[in-house]
Design a protein around this ligand. Structure first.
Ligand code: IVH
Length: 674
C-alpha cells in the first residue's frame, strides 16, 4: 500500500472515530476518552486535511465549522408537509381528545400513546440520501421552509453520515428525519451573559436564541453556538420495518440520532395524565425549555387510519403545561381599529417578564370581557402568556386596587375617523360603522400586501399611510394602477423605491389561490382555512359559487364561518373588487394548489346514510376528503353518489327519486382505491 493510500485510510479512520466519540459524548453521555485525547484525534485529522486538501470529504467532522455566508435562504418545499399540533390546556381537553380517537376508530379499549416532552425550539427536517446528509430545512409555514443545510451541518449531534449499529436495520435510501433544534438552558444563560458584557442585546428566551443562531446567513456564526437536536419522527414512516412510534424512536437512536430519553410508552390516557404531572414537576431540572407533553398514538397503523386535517394530525396532541403568568400594573387602555372595523381594547402595562419574555401590551378582547374581569386603568393585574398567543389579562388583583379608579367605557366615536361606533345585536364587538374609515382601509391594504398574503415588499404600514392619506389608493385594486411618477412624488420616497414597489406590485399578480383568498381578509378565514378552501375548490370561480351548505360539508368549516364566506362573496362591493382584480385590466393569475383536483374522488360529492361496518362515519368522511371528494349533508341533483349503510335514512329514498347513483360500503372502498 502506498503512503498516500495509508494516509487516506487513516483520515477515514479518524473521521469515523471522531464521529463515534461525538455520539458517545453528546448522544449517550458516555465518553470513552478524555477531552485531550479527543482534541489530539481532531488535530491529527486537521493536519492531514491541511496537507492533502483533496482528502477532505464533505462529511468530515472538521467541516462543522460552517461555510461561506449566503445572501438569503433558499425556499424548500417539504415533500410531506410539516404539520402543526392540536393543543390541549387541561386534563379535560386531553380526555376529550382520547374520546374522539376512540370514536373515530370505533374502539372502547384504552389507547396506547407515546409521550415525550414538547421542546420549545425550532422544528427542522433533515434529509439523508444513501446515508449522507444532503439537505436540512426549517419548518417555515409547514409547506415551504428555508434551506439551512450549511447551518445544521455545524451541529455536533446531527450525524453527517449514518453509521448504523450492526443489529439495526439499514436506513432507507432516502430518509427524512424530523426533530427539534434547541439551545440548552445553561448555554443560553452563558450566551446572554456574554452578550450583556459586550453591550449587545440579550435574547428574550432560549427559543429566540436558537432561531437567531440557526438562521444565520453566515454558518460560521452558527457553528459558534452550541445548538443541539432531539429527533422525534421520520416522514413517511410507513416505509420502515416498524409498527409503533416507540420503534421509530429506537431506529433513530440506532442510526445515530439523539432521541429524548424522557420519551415513554403510556398504555392508556390515565398513564398520560400521570406522565404529564410528573414531567411538570420535573421540568425545571431539565436543561431545555419544555412547554408541555406531546402524545402520539403508538400504533402506526392507527395513525394512518386517523390521518390528518390540513393543519394537524388527528393522532397527536400537544398537552400544554399551565402557561406562565406575572403581575404588573395597567397604565392605560388603548382602543385599536382593525381591518374589519372591530374596536379592540388593549392594555398598556408596565413592562414585565413572563416566562422569559418581556411584555408591555395585552389584549382585553372586548368591552364585555373588561366588565366581566372589571379591569381598570391603575389596576394591578395577572398577565398570562400562552405560547405564541398574544398575552392577555387573566385577572385583577382586587385587594390591591388603588383609590379613584374608574369603569372603562368603549368610545362612542371611532378613534381613527370619528364616525359613530355601533354594537350589532348579538355581537360582543364594537365596530366603526364607516366602511371608508381610514383605519380599516389601511389595515386592509396592509393585510393584502403582508408576507403570508400577496407578499408585496415595500407595502408596509408607513407606505400604506402615505398612499391612503394622499388619496392614491383605497382598495387593493387601486394598487395595480399606481404609477412610478405618483410614487416618486411621495414624501421621503425616491425613484428607486418607487421602482421597487411598482415591481413588487407587478410581481404579486402571479400568486397562489390560497394566498389570494387569505389576502381578501374575509372574517374568520385565516391562512389555514384559505389553504383548505384553495385545495377544496381548486379555483376562485368554484369558491364564488359555493353555498353555505356546500361550505359546511368541509370538515373544518362550521356554520358561522360558512356564513361569513358567503356573505363576503355576495356583497356587491366585494364582487366588484374580485372582478376588477381578476378582470382583463389587472389580470391576477391564481395558481391552484398542486393537490387540488387530484385523487380518485376529485370533484365528486358524496352523501352518507346509515351505519358502515369497517369504518366510522367520521373516518369515512376523512377518507373521502383525503381522496379529493366532498361529503354533503343533503342529497341534491348535484350529488354524485349516496353511500348507503345499514338502516339508511330518508336519503336513500331521495337518491332514488333524484336518480342519484347509490353505493354500498364495498363500492365506496373500491372508489377510494381509485
Ligand atoms: S411531533 C406530526 N414531537 O411542536 C407531528 N413536535 O406544535 C408533529 N415540537 O412544529 C410534531 N417537541 O416544532 C413533535 N416531541 C415533539 C415536539 C414537537 C416540540 C414542536 C414542533 C412542531 C410543534 C407543533
Amino acid at each position: 500500500m502506498s503512503n498516500l493510500e495509508k494516509t487516506r485510510r487513516r483520515a477515514e479512520e479518524l473521521r469515523s472515530e471522531i464521529e463515534r466519540h461525538n455520539r458517545l459524548y453528546y448522544q449517550q453521555d458516555a465518553p470513552e476518552i478524555s477531552d485531550a485525547e479527543y482534541d489530539a484525534l481532531y488535530q491529527e485529522l486537521k493536519d492531514i486535511e491541511a496537507a492533502f486538501p483533496e482528502m477532505i470529504t464533505p462529511d468530515s467532522p472538521t467541516r462543522r465549522v460552517g461555510a461561506e455566508p449566503v445572501e438569503s435562504f433558499t425556499p424548500v418545499e417539504h415533500a410531506t408537509p410539516m404539520l402543526s399540533l392540536e393543543n390541549a390546556f387541561s386534563p379535560a381537553e386531553a380526555i376529550e381528545f382520547d374520546a374522539r380517537i376512540k370514536r373515530f376508530l370505533g374502539s372502547n379499549q384504552p389507547i396506547t400513546y407515546l409521550a415525550e416532552p414538547k421542546i420549545d425550539g425550532l422544528a427542522v427536517e433533515i434529509i439523508y440520501e444513501d446515508g449522507r446528509l444532503v439537505q436540512a430545512a426549517t419548518r417555515g409555514n409547514g409547506y415551504i421552509g428555508e434551506d439551512v443545510t450549511a447551518n445544521v451541518k455545524t451541529i455536533l449531534t446531527v450525524p453527517l453520515t449514518l453509521r448504523p449499529r450492526k443489529e439495526a436495520p439499514p436506513p432507507p435510501r432516502r430518509l427524512e428525519v424530523r426533530g427539534e433544534i434547541y439551545l440548552p438552558l445553561d448555554d443560553f444563560n452563558l450566551l446572554n451573559r456574554e452578550r450583556e458584557a459586550e453591550g449587545q442585546t440579550v435574547f428574550a428566551n432560549p427559543r429566540n436564541a436558537a432561531a437567531g443562531s440557526l438562521r444565520q446567513l453566515d454558518s460560521r456564526l452558527t457553528a459558534k453556538r452550541p445548538l443541539t437536536m432531539f429527533c422525534y419522527a421520520v416522514a413517511r414512516h410507513e416505509t420502515l420495518p416498524v409498527a409503533t412510534q416507540s420503534e421509530v424512536l429506537r431506529l433513530l437512536r440506532d442510526w445515530g440520532f439523539r432521541v429524548n430519553p424522557e420519551a415513554a410508552v403510556c398504555p392508556s390516557l390515565e398513564a398520560v395524565l400521570d406522565y404529564h404531572q410528573a414531567l411538570d414537576r420535573k421540568r425545571h431540572e431539565l436543561n431545555y425549555e419544555v412547554d408541555g407533553v406531546v402524545i402520539k398514538v403508538e400504533s402506526l397503523e392507527r395513525q394512518a387510519r386517523l390521518g390528518a386535517t390540513s393543519r394537524a394530525p388527528r393522532w397527536a396532541l400537544a398537552f400544554k403545561f399551565t402557561p406562565p403568568e406575572a403581575e404588573t400594573r395597567i397604565e392605560a387602555i388603548e382602543v385599536q381599529v382593525g381591518r374589519t372595523g372591530v374596536l379592540t381594547p388593549v392594555a398598556v402595562m408596565a413592562p414585565v417578564k413572563i416566562g422569559g419574555v418581556t411584555v408591555s401590551r395585552a389584549t382585553l378582547h372586548n368591552e364585555d370581557e373588561i366588565r366581566r374581569k372589571d379591569v381598570r386603568v391603575g389596576d394591578l393585574v395577572i398577565v398570562r402568556r400562552a405560547g405564541d398567543v398574544i398575552p392577555e389579562v387573566a385577572s385583577v388583583v382586587i385587594e390591591k386596587r388603588p383609590e379613584g379608579t374608574e369603569l372603562f367605557h368603549m368610545p362612542s366615536a371611532c378613534p381613527a375617523c370619528g364616525s359613530p361606533v355601533i354594537r350589532p345585536a348579538g355581537e360582543a364587538a364594537h365596530r366603526c360603522d364607516n366602511a371608508s374609515c381610514p383605519a380599516q382601509i389601511k389595515e386592509h391594504l396592509i393585510h393584502f400586501g403582508s408576507k403570508n398574503a400577496l407578499d408585496i415588499d415595500g407595502l408596509g404600514p408607513k407606505m400604506v399611510d402615505l398612499l391612503v392619506d394622499q388619496g392614491l389608493a383605497r382598495t387593493p385594486a387601486d394598487l395595480y394602477h399606481l404609477t412610478r411618477a405618483q410614487l416618486a412624488e411621495l414624501p421621503r420616497s425616491g425613484e428607486k423605491s418607487a421602482d421597487n414597489l411598482i415591481s413588487a406590485i407587478r410581481k404579486s399578480k402571479r400568486t397562489s389561490l390560497e394566498r389570494f383568498i387569505h389576502a381578501l381578509g374575509i372574517r374568520h378565514v385565516g391562512q389555514r382555512l384559505s389553504r383548505i378552501l384553495a385545495e377544496h375548490f381548486g379555483g376562485l370561480e368554484a369558491l364564488r359559487r359555493a353555498s353555505t351548505q356546500e361550505l359546511e360539508a368541509i370538515h373544518e368549516i362550521g356554520p358561522e364561518v360558512a356564513r361569513s364566506i358567503v356573505s363576503y362573496l355576495s356583497n356587491p362591493r366585494n364582487r366588484d373588487l374580485l372582478n376588477r382584480l381578476t378582470g382583463p385590466e389587472i389580470g391576477l393569475v391564481l395558481t391552484a394548489p398542486s393537490s387540488a383536483g387530484r385523487g380518485p374522488l376529485a370533484g365528486k360529492t358524496l352523501v352518507l346514510t346509515g351505519a358502515l361496518t369497517t369504518m366510522t362515519r367520521q373516518e369515512a368522511t376523512a377518507r373521502i376528503v383525503a381522496a379529493g371528494g366532498r361529503v354533503a349533508s343533503a342529497v341534491s341533483r348535484k350529488t354524485d353518489y349516496v353511500v348507503v349503510g345499514r338502516d339508511p335514512g330518508s336519503k336513500a329514498r331521495q337518491a332514488t327519486e333524484l336518480d342519484v347513483r347509490m353505493l354500498d360500503e364495498n363500492g365506496l372502498i373500491e372508489l377510494l382505491k381509485g
